[in-house]
Design a protein around this ligand. Structure first.
Ligand code: ADP
Ligand code: MG
Length: 258
């Protein structure tokens, strides 16, 4: 087993607020890793650091044995690290297919591509294949703004796949999504993982995380406090403390930290 993505000792403050504090985490090649923790514990900030949207104050990010610390989002994306956003970033007035065609150009300055009249037939074919994969092909001519929340999440997943990334970071893929579509999303992740894609998934839906992920890391106040299989994480008293304790610091002399 080797780590495909490695975060070591990452810290990030916004003004006086310490969003990440010596946070370390590794994601094994070919695995589905989960990242959980209370609201405000730093999960999205960690995604932002890994994908180049936020520059860390300290620490390092290594992807496929190359340092990507401080790299720009487009550089990180071009190297094979794709992500979706907690709040989806689709273009509401473009159709579903047009959103995909914008995505095909993202790694070479996607804003410019909006001005482009047409994508190549090969790009269009690929976009339709991916829409078919996430079950949105029949909606390809629909304005993306009319999609349900779950369908937007599926569209985001499809357009991340355009770049054929090795690692996909999903920020709350099941958040606000109805149960039927949650299942769809889960099945797509499993299918992609079988093809060799590695995932790091932030999600509040515990059933989703525990059923899907091989390894789960728990964040609390900007640090990764526990990492292990779903069973190990479930049984660790520090995890419950993180969720119940909120922002308060407590003495935990009775808990062995290993
Ligand atoms: P999570 O995704 O686990 O809910 P976040 O990473 O979004 O947590 O936030 C961690 C902390 O950092 C929160 O207190 C949040 O308000 C703060 N934070 C995140 N991004 C910024 C930013 N760009 N500017 C200021 N504070 C931020
Ligand atoms: Mg978040």
């Amino acid at each position: 087993m080797s780590a495909l993505l490695e975060v070591e000792g990452v810290s990030k403050s916004f003004g006086g607020l310490r969003a990440l504090s010596l946070c370390s985490l590794s994601v094994q090649r070919g695995s589905i890793a989960g990242l959980i923790g209370p609201n405000g514990s730093g999960k999205t900030t960690l995604f932002n650091v890994v994908t180049g949207y936020v520059r860390p104050d300290a620490g390092s990010v290594t992807f496929d044995e190359k340092s990507i610390t401080g790299a720009r989002p487009d550089e990180v994306f071009a190297l094979g690290l794709g992500r979706t956003f907690q709040l989806t970033r689709i273009f509401a007035r473009l159709t579903v297919l047009e959103n995909m065609l914008v995505a095909t150009q993202r790694n070479e300055g996607w804003l410019r591509s909006i001005m482009r009249a047409a994508a190549s037939p090969a790009e269009q074919r690929r976009a339709m294949e991916l829409l078919d994969f996430v079950g949105l092909a029949r909606l390809s001519a629909t304005k993306a703004g009319t999609l349900s929340y779950g369908q937007r999440k599926l569209l985001e997943l499809a357009y991340v796949l355009v770049a054929d990334p090795a690692v996909i970071l999903l920020d709350e893929p099941a958040g606000g999504v109805n149960p039927t579509l949650i299942n769809e999303i889960r099945e797509r992740i499993v299918a992609l993982n079988r093809e060799g894609k590695t995932f790091l998934v932030v999600e509040h839906n515990m059933e989703f995380v525990m059923g899907l992920c091989h390894q789960v890391t728990v964040m609390h106040q900007g640090s990764a406090i526990v990492s292990g299989t779903p069973d190990v994480v479930r049984a660790d008293p520090r995890v419950l403390d993180a969720y119940l304790g909120g922002g308060e610091e407590e003495d935990r002399d009775d808990v062995a930290v290993g």
